[in-house]
Design a protein around this ligand. Structure first.
Ligand code: 1GP
Length: 237
């Protein structure tokens, strides 16, 4: 089954979907085997791989290592066209629709097009909305875009619905990795009421209670990165 069909099916049953985010710039490639072993028997449904930066320049090797050590579907969540690998099962194709930077709205996608043409990988168009997480995150700094204030749900939901009308298959509300504040429940609910496609939420989520709350508020898929970097046993507790 394709990754997207899997998400749709789980969404239709109102089942919580969880993705563990592995950032090649934060993880040591030689620790991956052990890290993934802990995730395999846990509640995690997908392994997301990606990040705002590529300082280590080892993306393909990293994805290959993740795929070789996991039976979970591997989905690339790329920060740029430099983060593409045919070893993954799927690739989110995120357009940073909350910002006005053409590079992240369409520029990186044009760069990616010639790489993706002829590559056998599922591509999932994703409307990516950056939400204020209480501190300047790497994605905010690198993209040079302003996050949407948490108390402006009318902005977030209009952008989310416009993205759906443009054909995006997922909407991703992200406070950015290591955010102080994750997207709040009222913002999630407000966006959820405006869209039909699955809603992904991430950035600064640190506890099982928060995961449950976000799901109740309308998140179909929750992404956890930093909490897992801090505690590799996060999902085993
Ligand atoms: C970042 O949504 C992801 O793009 C995950 O964020 O690292 O804060 O869990 P955290």
């Amino acid at each position: 089954m394709s990754v997207y069909k899997n998400i749709l099916e789980r969404k239709s049953k109102n089942e919580l979907i969880i993705a563990a985010l592995l950032d090649p710039d934060s993880e040591d490639i030689k620790d991956l085997k052990g890290r993934i072993r802990l995730l395999e028997g846990s509640k995690v449904d997908f392994l997301f791989v990606g990040g705002s930066t590529s300082w280590k320049n080892n993306f393909k090797e990293f994805v290959g290592e993740v795929k070789a050590n996991s039976s979970l579907p591997v989905v690339i969540f790329p920060g740029s066209a430099d983060q593409i690998s045919s070893s993954a099962d799927a690739l989110l194709f995120p357009s940073l629709v909350s910002g006005q930077n053409p590079r992240y709205l369409i520029g990186e996608h044009i760069r990616a097009a010639s790489i993706l043409k002829g590559m056998d990988i599922e591509v999932i168009p994703t409307g990516y909305l950056l939400i204020d997480g209480g501190r300047t995150t790497t994605v905010e700094f690198i993209s040079g875009t302003k996050p949407i204030p948490q108390d402006k749900p009318e902005i977030a939901r209009s952008i989310a619905y416009a993205s759906e009308l443009l054909g995006m298959k997922l909407i991703y509300l992200d406070s950015g990795s290591g955010a102080k504040k994750s997207p709040c429940n009222s913002l999630i609910k407000s966006v959820k009421d405006f869209i039909d496609v699955p809603l992904v939420v991430g950035g600064g989520i640190r506890s099982p209670e928060e995961i449950e709350e976000k799901h109740r508020a309308g998140a179909d898929l929750i992404v956890i990165g930093t909490a897992l970097e801090d505690d590799p046993e996060f999902f085993n507790k």
